[in-house]
Write a protein that binds this ligand. Sequence first.
Ligand SMILES: [Zn+2]
Length: 99
Amino acid sequence: MILLPCPWCGPRDAAEFHHVGEASPRPDPRTADRAQWREYLYFRSNPRGWTAETWYHRAGCRRYIRVERHTETNEVRSSRQAGRPAGGDAADDARGAAR
Ligand SMILES: [Zn+2]
């Protein structure tokens, strides 16, 4: 079982969430070419190790969170509201809550 620390609801079973995918920066629509959009939409790095992901808490607060998760051990070292920079408001951090 994977526990994800939701900043609003606390540690919850991953079955309550929808895995949106890797958190990758969106290309600038004013300057991006087709190859950049294709890369953004269809290709994932699928790393072995730490990765940043977006999850949607569909059975809870119905908010998007950004989680740093190890793909081999499923250890979670941080989570926060999606779209906010790391180290922002302390209330949005839930570091280590799922250990
Ligand atoms: Zn939640």
